[in-house]
Design a protein around this ligand. Sequence first.
Ligand code: HEM
Length: 498
Amino acid sequence: MMYIALQLFTYLVGSFIFYWIVKWIQYRQQLKAFTGPVSFPLIGSCYNKGFLSFYKHMFQLRMRYGQIFTFFSFHKPLLVICHPKIVKRILSDSKTFYKGDDYTVYFARAFGKGLVTSNGEDHRKGRSIFGKYFIRSSVSKMTEKFNQITIHAISTILTPIVNDTTKSSTVINIEEFFAVLALRNFMYFCCHTDISTNPKLESRLCHTVAKASYAMVRVLLLKEPDLPNLFPNSHQVKMFNDLMDETFNLCVDERQRRDQAEEPIDDALTVLINDDSLTAQDRIDHFKTMISAGHDTTAFFMSYMAYLLARNPHIQQKLYDYLDEKLEGGIQRPNLSISADVFAELKYLHFVMMETLRMYAIIPVVTRECAEDVHIKEAEVEVTIPKNITVLMPMIVMNKDPELWENPNEFNPSRFEHKQSADFTSAKDGFFPFAYGSRTCIGNVLAQIESAIAFIHILRQFVIEEDKGFRPNILAGISLTTSNGINIRLRKRDLFGK
Ligand code: HEM
């Protein structure tokens, strides 16, 4: 009996290895036109310990093999494309370059089947349902509230820390503050819910969303089965799902209890409740997608911007002086409130934000699956992308590419002054912070405006200073998370000496 079991086991393992060797030979054949690091069956190109720092490793490979190369992530072949024009073409054609099982199977475990994880008709329908809430004119209507939420959060969270003379150090993990602020803005924007009235839930949400982003990438890389009792990453994702159910039901209850006599609300929650074409599962999935895609991305972005301003005091001072000059009545004007129109005029603030997104690509990579053999010819480069191959586009590498950016490691917002038609979504010069095409980030205007409001109110009151010696330890999550937070110091602004 034992002997038969052993034979069966050997046979199964042998078949498995044989299958992957054949597959590997096929993939190598398909990708023979491309260069890249040596690969082996099953372990692919992941034999080098540099692989553990995935983004750094990708950058080194880009420098060695050029802007297009292959990389075998264990058994999975990837065509890594860092060429801006080719990336733009790929992102423009969501029919040929659709989202593969990275998104539709693995990320869908946390995001649900919402906008981020769907393709084709499902995606088009989701976009047409929610699009109108995210356009500039809709976001503009919310700016007054974003100002109030921000001022309240600063005065109740940051000011007491800065004023606390009993503490010897005022180092602040600013990631925690921005997680709260982004959540409050998001919950008000999408559901008209004041989440600050439920501090326990608020705190659980802030911690769980960021952790789920990191856990999701582990689930994907390790191809973890959906067994939360056995696997810690899947457990983390399940906790996130349970919390999302609880939060969504709470928002729906609150909306349904609303007095009929009150002014009607029209926001994303309204459509989630009222659209008859959505199933109960669709509703919760769309909610999960929005919060997963919109919360920690914005919080991390603001945190890195604070960190960069802390490390570059001359740029912070230039930004402060610029805002003081451009804002009617100056930055210290009483009852300062920033509207979308005011933000649109603050070009240097745009440049600081864009430069932050260049230095820290909040969504470090995006991938697409190729539906058919596609030949792309763009000026000086020609490439044929084979059918069924996964294309990996590492924005994090492109943003530091010395062929695209002068002194790429220098934080220099003014570099955007010299770029033609530079903005967040034009994809000029290979800059794709919110991706491009029909799948451009739906929340990009929201993220820009709420962040601008946050920084103007913070800079008005505080000077952001460096916590000397602190460096964020970046982890490869879906978004650019850290293991040690993002520390800075805040000093109350001396209005006479500035
Ligand atoms: C600084 C903050 C943000 C950054 C850097 C960012 C970046 C991105 C990027 C690069 C994509 C494309 C992903 C891909 O194609 O694989 C994306 C998609 C998306 N983002 Fe954002 N995002 C931010 C904030 C937000 C906010 C605030 C929301 C909503 C509340 C949001 C909702 C979405 C959704 C729903 C998608 C999928 C769009 C589609 O496929 O049609 N994001 N985001």
